[in-house]
Design a protein around this ligand. Structure first.
Ligand code: NAD
Ligand code: G6P
Ligand code: MN
Length: 428
């Protein structure tokens, strides 16, 4: 008898999760589904929760759906806790996207300085929920989608010391599905040497039925989430690098192009967060229609394609011990030989009953290992700066980040971020 709790249940993505849970309810013996959100967002939460309830009722699957503002009620006895909350809401995201731009830096919700601000808002919220998970849940698996997913997973697993933590992103499942389509094969026929951090990963090798097909990727593999401008990596660059970078790496490898694109977009139609605000209004109008009882196609305008499928399949496979491969954020534990065991990395693992085993992938490539170490150090400086309320560590983190400011802008940017995040990032 399983209980799943979704923190940030008022997300407009929730109907997709519900669809995923309905599909697996029988195999995992799902009995209770709890949606938790903030009282201050009761209007949006009410619309989403009512719609979710209609979906569950239509499926007639014997699952009870509850919505609540009380964390204890939602977390008590839970077997899975999904983090889907957005700290500071879309307003916070828009600030993350716009403030760095004023300093000539990439403004992105998960990458660079925007991602840092988002993480700093998330840490105190996570401390509160993880404490409840430790004491009240049924040794629940925490499945963290909240962004920046990799850094938050580092925080929960390595600093709050919560063992059953998995960080998820929808990009890896899209990679696996795209490879299946490209090569016309089953997922179990694919071996992929995929590694890095969340939104900072590379594919170094793809074997299909034991044959190396990596060179076929440069021309034929195109995967770009809806939220990132579709400026492709130049073909000759991919051939030279010999690795396929995550689309978020355009912010690192093509900073000038992406910055120009962001500045133009901000003038023309606003940042991605502002576009998402409009999509959200459209979705909520649809969800509020009492005759709607299935996920509308308009949800596909969001960047999180297949993200609920990733969650539902992972939960299913953890409960059943399916021995399938999933690419998740978890401790390295030898997967990439030249990185420490306790690095939280985005890597393939085999899912066993109530556990995961990393695939041993050998060493990392010299062209990318340095960047991985730099960003991991950045993550840890930010986390330790938060825990010790030591601004110097945060200034160091900003300075070592390739998308961060040079010295003259470190202080003004840090002060601007603190001012914009008053109430979420206090005590420094
Ligand atoms: P959203 O703005 O709709 O936020 C979801 C809900 O979180 C809202 O209803 C909000 O009220 C609630 N919330 C905010 N603070 C909370 C708190 N302290 N406690 C409980 N609830 C709280 O966001 P969204 O667009 O649905 O995205 C949700 C999160 O999932 C974001 O962090 C987003 O970046 C992330 N996401 C991640 C992936 C991935 O690949 N990792 C994919 C899709 C979405
Ligand atoms: C991508 C990322 C997610 C991110 C989402 C944003 O797919 O993997 O981590 O949350 O897109 O999409 P949005 O529609 O909110 O811009
Ligand atoms: Mn992601």
């Amino acid at each position: 008898m399983m209980k799943i709790c979704v923190i940030g249940g008022g997300s407009t993505y929730t109907p997709e999760l519900i669809e995923g849970f309905i599909n697996i309810h029988e195999q995992i013996q799902l009995k209770e589904l709890w949606l938790l959100d903030l009282k201050q967002n009761d209007h949006k939460f009410g619309i989403v929760a009512d719609f979710a309830r209609r979906m569950v009722q239509k499926a007639n699957c014997g699952v009870a759906l509850h919505s609540t503002f009380t964390p204890q009620e939602a977390i008590e006895g839970a077997d899975f806790i999904i983090h889907q909350f957005r700290p500071g809401g879309l307003q916070g995201r828009i600030a993350d996207e716009t403030i760095p731009l004023r300093y000539g830096l990439i403004g992105q919700e998960t990458t660079g300085m925007g991602g840092m601000a988002c993480a700093l808002r998330a840490f105190p919220i996570l401390e509160q929920y993880v404490e409840l998970a430790k004491h009240m849940s049924n040794q629940a698996w925490i499945i963290n989608f909240s962004n920046p997913s990799g850094m938050l997973t580092e925080f929960i697993r390595n600093y709050l010391q919560y063992e059953r933590t998995i960080g998820l992103c929808n990009y890896p499942i899209n990679v696996l599905r795209s490879l299946q389509n490209l090569f016309g094969c089953q997922q179990q026929e694919i071996f992929v040497k995929y590694y890095g951090l969340n939104h900072l990963s590379w594919i170094e090798q793809v074997m299909i039925q034991g044959i190396d097909r990596t060179a076929d990727l440069w021309q034929s593999f195109h995967l770009n989430p809806k939220n990132i401008p579709d400026a492709p990596f130049p073909l000759e660059f991919l051939e030279q690098l010999g690795l396929l970078p995550n689309p978020y790496l355009k912010y690192f490898y093509m900073t000038d192009t992406m910055l120009q694109q962001q500045c133009e977009a901000q003038q023309a139609q606003g940042t991605r967060g502002e576009i998402v605000q409009a999509i959200e209004t459209e979705l909520l109008n649809l969800y509020a229609d009492p005759s709607l009882d299935h996920k509308p196609p308009q949800l596909e305008q969001r960047g999180g394609a297949l993200y609920s499928t990733a969650a539902a399949e992972l939960i299913h496979d953890l409960v059943t011990g399916a021995r399938t491969t999933h690419i998740i954020n978890t401790r390295n534990n030898g997967a990439i030989q030249d990185f420490p065991d306790n690095y939280i990395m985005e890597i393939p693992v085999t899912i066993i009953q109530q556990g995961t085993e990393p695939l041993m992938l050998g060493n990392s490539h010299k062209a990318v290992s340095g960047l991985i170490v730099t960003i991991k150090n950045f993550e840890r400086l930010v986390i330790e700066g938060y825990l010790q309320k030591n601004e110097d560590l945060i200034r160091q983190a900003m300075l070592i980040h390739p998308l961060g400011p040079r010295l003259s802008h470190v202080e003004p940017l840090w002060q601007a971020l603190k001012t914009a995040n008053a109430g979420f990032m206090d005590g420094y």
